[in-house]
Design a binder for this molecule. Sequence first.
Ligand code: F3S
Length: 426
Amino acid sequence: MKAYNMELTEEEIEILEGKKGETLRKAMESVVFYGDTFRAKRLVPIDGPVHLVTSFGIPLLTPVFDMMDELIDENLMTDKLFTVDPRPLDYKNVKCSLMEKFVFKIMYGKQKEYESQLKKVGLKDDDSFTCTCYLEEVGNTPKKGDILSWAESSAVVFANSVLGARTNRNSGIIELLSGIIGKTPEFGFITDEGRKANWLIELKVKTVPNAQVLGSAIGMRVIEDVPYITGLDKFLGEEIDDKTIDYLKDMGAASASNGAVGLYHVENITPEALEQGRNLLVKDYKNYTIDDEELNRIIKSYPIMWKNKGSIPKYCFIGCPHLSLNQIYEWTDKLYKGLKQNGKTQVNIPTILTAAPNVISKFKEDEIHYNKFINTGAKLSYICPLMYMNNPICAKKPIITNSNKLRTYTTARFYLDEEILEQLTK
Ligand code: F3S
């Protein structure tokens, strides 16, 4: 047997010797090599379902399809049913030209087969495609202290920071293999030491900052470090209610994409900050003060990737990460009031709000508000706007968004919520 640095149990060694089959051996070996790379001490059992980042059937990912077939042939699946990132396409609500459909047919040509494979290795159900798996309506909601193996960066930072669960920012597929063996390597955010903060972020602003811009500022400064944020409780209050959860969701996703933040603490709000306060800071922590001037500087630094900066937007995407139920209600209200104020009935730009299938279904149950929303001309979809935009044809389209993650990974142009509302309703 090959030499591994990690301390392994007898059972783990037996698996690595192939005594429980060649496919399980390969799954175990991949996770052990991965742990060794990060100098993990050992493997620890995972407490909750995995959440997969790879949700798209891109034919080029041949090794993934082959690996799935091997797992299925051996009847190997995750212990607990899992959730996965959003689907890339929704022709009903996000209209595509013939040429786009042609491109998508090539890009995501194996979507159906891949989804069928996912089901056989433990996918919860057809509605489990979202990056906000932790929302109540979806149900993959870890508890404080739960050890997990997730990879989607916006979900990892939420689970670690807001829920107090413990997961590293794992690589795609490693999270699935961890789910198959039921264990993850102990390093980084799984350990107490790895959850200490090495930055003190002091917020000195006059009004509540835009969550996406604040997250962006933090991410770009601390990169993959752990920030301890002060001054936000003044605006969000000390109770974690729906509004605070939405704020932290969007701030975290921006910090995870504009940098690589996998965990943050917010003084007087997040669970570990409530328990340990500034004792979470390491001895030689660094400082970063964010004031209104700094936030303006950050916004001005965003490059505009459109060929013609004066183009009329072809689409507006709101909901990256996916919107919560509360946020859909808020946008319905904002759009309705904005249109009424401006003597209009429908939005000026095709507008797509993206959310988890379960969240959309819940919203549709409220017929009054759903009809109010539909009458604005906006649409609801379960897709990932990034997967829709990441191809040469869609990348050329002038698309606007209030998401700093979408801005970072695509050619979409970022606007603040109020600016978006004005463009949609004036
Ligand atoms: Fe979610 Fe796709 Fe944005 S996975 S966070 S909607 S890039």
